[in-house]
Design a protein around this ligand. Sequence first.
Ligand SMILES: [Mg+2]
Length: 212
Amino acid sequence: MQLSIDDWKRLLSHIARRIEEQKDDFSALDRAVGDGDHGVTMSLGWQAIARRLDSYEGEDCGALCKELAMSFLNAVGSSVGPLYATAFLRGAAVLQGKARLAGEDLVQFWLAAVNGIRERGKAQVGDKTMIDAWQPAMEALQEAREAGLGIVESFEAAVAAGERGRDATAALVSQKGRSSRLGDRSVGHIDPGAASAVAILAAFTEALRGCA
Ligand SMILES: [Mg+2]
């Protein structure tokens, strides 16, 4: 698999499109455990990314991702802003200087991005956050690559693991952020951040199938 920067832009634009379609679902999830703004937050961030993708005229996928980090951060006021901005910055370092991307670059981009989220947010699996989706997804991605699966198949395995992690958050008591104030009352509800995390990775994988 060889991707041009235009392909890379298309992958990220597709995420923005899917987030926009699902923003009401994310806000509904957030109304159960938080302030109900998660859909609006993600929409603002990803629409800012979509605009920057359209306007960027350079040839460096890494430099582009640095720009996207700033776009997201500037558009989003909540705690999600620095998390995904850090993800894009860490991913940018992997793609620095590259006008074309191999499949393995995509794998390394996401691993670095999620490492950034983990370090910045300091959440563990079981805290009922986006990490409950991202962490198992990235473990599955690495395992699939080590087992010799192709790029698309590896991302599909990651999405499936992320979905299981997302669904498992329903049984958890929130340990982080506003929803942690609910204590046991957070049980029974899927974490909105885990839901949008899976939506991001699923949209990316869906668009990737069209590149393979
Ligand atoms: Mg919220």
